[in-house]
Write a protein that binds this ligand. Structure first.
Ligand SMILES: Nc1nc2c(c(=O)[nH]1)N[C@H]1C(S)=C(S)[C@@H](COP(=O)(O)OP(=O)(O)OC[C@H]3O[C@@H](n4cnc5c(=O)[nH]c(N)nc54)[C@H](O)[C@@H]3O)O[C@H]1N2
Ligand SMILES: Nc1nc2c(c(=O)[nH]1)N[C@H]1C(S)=C(S)[C@@H](COP(=O)(O)OP(=O)(O)OC[C@H]3O[C@@H](n4cnc5c(=O)[nH]c(N)nc54)[C@H](O)[C@@H]3O)O[C@H]1N2
Ligand SMILES: [Mo]
Length: 554
């Protein structure tokens, strides 16, 4: 399921949703439009504020719905999360609100980190972020004096060239306050796709085998070679954001794409179309014709979530059984079955024998056998079986053995790596900032009623009835300056492309910024976005590029 989208993830929630809503005294939601994009958790957060008087700080350039429940809404300029957090941590340290015992017992690198924080006094942080001074003090007090405090984030934090730095800053904050390994606290990336956590856990990343066992570690490679009976490479592979450009340069000759619609979801669509056109052979495994399927040389029909058995691992590391509810139409087959067939036939073609090992090649008859293999090779899933899931065990990994109850909170008493490491993080600007020619910022994202490229949701009449065409959020001040009165259609242009759509004039966005989605092919934000990548995670800087906004021609 959108397996390659694993690239867009970042770690795992340390705590559970119920634990956070039941025990946190304060929460920081930063770069997550929780009520629209994670509505179940969003609703629970709202209830925690209403019923338990949890103090909620929302840090988001947009006035999202959750801000109505917040004790404080911080509207930093996009791309300034590091100076924001450094400024807040500066105030926390000046007031002595840090957890000295936790820092001494459980962390390292504090002095160097502190020296960096010295460089972000509130006045400077305020200037860099556009956040008023008193709000920085207010935020520091709420976060620094209410314990436990939980941090939640999503793509507003990660989809930047500084995505990894932003996440590290949040880890710094939680170590500084001793909010790790305790109930109601933690660092909690809200994972996006239903099974992106599972895809990462099971090696849908270029550098690890299942269970985050590193491909460059000799012992890990030998273990999987022995189990699978085939030689394996010890080189780190490419991320999806590197593969498609490589196909455009002729370095990759063939692509096997499962449940991904790169034309809609990857940055700079014109470039993506060129890359797909250039690629010699594209095999696409889909459940619907998509914007990308016209570039496919061969289509294989997979099956949707409702038509298959299996498991999804959700955002809180919970492994959940998925039961087939209806029969798939026509020639559609289970995605795992198609992959197994391709693998078996490719291996036979190459005259390479799958020579036993501990597992019988690709000869699965049911996904429970795949889970048994996962358990035998993946320590964190070691105790997961279909029998346990079916009798209702609520399993959150690590589940090392069949009698282990699972792990609702990570890092209790000790970090996986021993001591937690403070990282000194400086601010770096986005790849493309506004200038005279392209004076505004485009910040793309999602709306409640649609899902990514919209292949699923644009087929649902009920959803189209509420949200039928793309809307571009424009601040009233900008609308006036652009003479949008009477003409509500706008044209938004970047160095890479141009889209035209209906404007929604609203102060949800600050002046100087427009928000567009990528749910509709007739006006997808990705025609405009820039393919600048975070150097470590290789996630694109979807959340910021420079654009020009005009009233569309009548
Ligand atoms: N209805 C619906 N739900 C979904 C999805 C969907 O397509 N539709 N997709 C799923 C997936 S795969 C994912 S990854 C998640 C994504 O979930 P979210 O990340 O919550 O959604 P986004 O709309 O991408 O962006 C989140 C917020 O980041 C803010 N933001 C923009 N720039 C910045 C910045 O520089 N700093 C900060 N702090 N915030 C910024 C935006 O204003 C926006 O409110 O949603 C999941 N849930
Ligand atoms: N501008 C901008 N672009 C973004 C983002 C952003 O915030 N801004 N967010 C990024 C993020 S976080 C993500 S996760 C990606 C998502 O991008 P994609 O993964 O490309 O989008 P989806 O629509 O979730 O899934 C793609 C296809 O999977 C098919 N599909 C659904 N279920 C199944 C199944 O069970 N089997 C098979 N074989 N196919 C199936 C659907 O028909 C759909 O066409 O978009 C990224 N792109
Ligand atoms: Mo995502």
């Amino acid at each position: 399921m959108a397996g390659l989208a694993a690239t867009y993830g970042s770690g795992a929630m340390t705590n559970s949703m119920d634990d956070i809503v039941d025990y946190a005294k304060a929460m920081l939601v930063i770069g997550s439009n929780t009520t629209e994009q994670h509505p179940v958790f969003g609703t629970k957060i709202r209830q925690a504020v209403l019923k338990r008087k949890v103090k909620l700080v929302v840090a988001d350039p947009r006035r999202i719905e959750l801000t109505e429940f917040a004790a404080l809404h911080i509207r930093q300029r996009p791309g300034t999360d590091v100076p924001l957090l450094n400024g807040i941590m500066h105030i926390i340290l000046k007031n002595g609100w840090e957890d000295k015992a936790f820092i001494a017992d459980r962390t390292e690198g504090f002095e160097e980190f502190k020296a960096t924080i010295e460089g972000y006094p509130p006045e400077r942080a305020s200037e860099m972020t556009g956040v008023p001074l008193d709000q920085l003090y207010q935020a520091a007090e709420i976060l620094g004096t209410n314990k436990p405090m939980a941090v939640m984030w999503a793509m507003g934090i990660t989809q930047h060239v500084t995505g990894v730095r932003n996440v590290m800053s949040l880890a710094n904050l939680q170590m500084l306050l001793g909010n790790i390994g305790i109930s109601g606290g933690g660092v909690n990336p809200l994972r996006g796709q239903n099974n992106v956590q599972g895809a990462c856990d099971l090696g849908g990343l270029p550098n690890v085998y299942p269970g985050y066992q590193t491909v460059t570690v000799e012992a890990a490679r030998q273990k999987f070679e022995a189990a699978w009976g085939v030689p394996l490479s010890n080189e780190v592979g490419m991320t999806v954001t590197e593969m498609i450009p490589a196909a455009g340069e002729g370095k990759i000759k063939a692509l096997y794409i499962l449940g991904e619609d790169p034309v809609m979801s990857d940055p700079d669509s014109a470039h993506i179309r060129h890359c797909l056109e250039t690629c010699d052979f594209i095999l696409l495994q889909e459940i619907f014709p998509s914007e990308s399927s016209v570039y496919a040389d061969m289509l294989l029909p997979g099956v949707s979530f409702a038509e298959k058995d299996g498991t999804f691992t959700n955002t809180e590391r919970r492994i959940q059984r998925v039961n087939k509810a209806i029969d798939p139409p026509g020639e559609a087959r289970d995605d795992w079955w198609i992959t197994a067939q391709l693998a078996t036939r490719t291996l036979a073609e190459g005259k390479r024998q799958v020579q036993g090992g501990t597992h019988a090649g690709w000869n699965y008859h049911h996904p429970s056998q795949i889970m048994d293999e996962i358990a035998s090779l993946t320590p964190s899933y070691g105790g997961v079986t279909y029998a346990r899931l079916e009798r209702g065990d609520r399993l959150q990994w690590p589940v090392p053995t069949v009698d282990h109850p699972g792990t609702p909170i990570l890092h209790v008493g000790r970090f996986a790596r021993g001591l937690g490491r403070f990282m000194p993080i400086e601010h770096l600007p986005p790849a493309e900032l506004p200038d005279e020619q392209y004076p505004m910022i485009l910040s793309p994202g999602r709306v409640l009623y649609h899902w990514h490229g919209g292949e699923l949701t644009r087929r649902a009449r009920g959803l189209l009835a509420v949200y039928k065409e793309p809307l571009i959020e424009v601040n009233p001040q900008d609308a006036e300056r652009l003479h949008l009165n009477g003409n509500r259609r706008v044209r938004v242009t970047s160095r890479r492309g141009s889209i035209e759509a209906e404007a929604w004039v609203t102060d949800r966005v600050p002046p100087g910024m427009v928000f567009a989605n990528f749910h509709f092919p007739q006006a997808s934000a990705n025609e405009l976005t820039i393919a600048a990548l975070d150097p470590v995670a290789k996630i694109p800087e979807y959340k910021i590029c420079a654009v020009k906004v005009e009233a569309a021609q009548e």
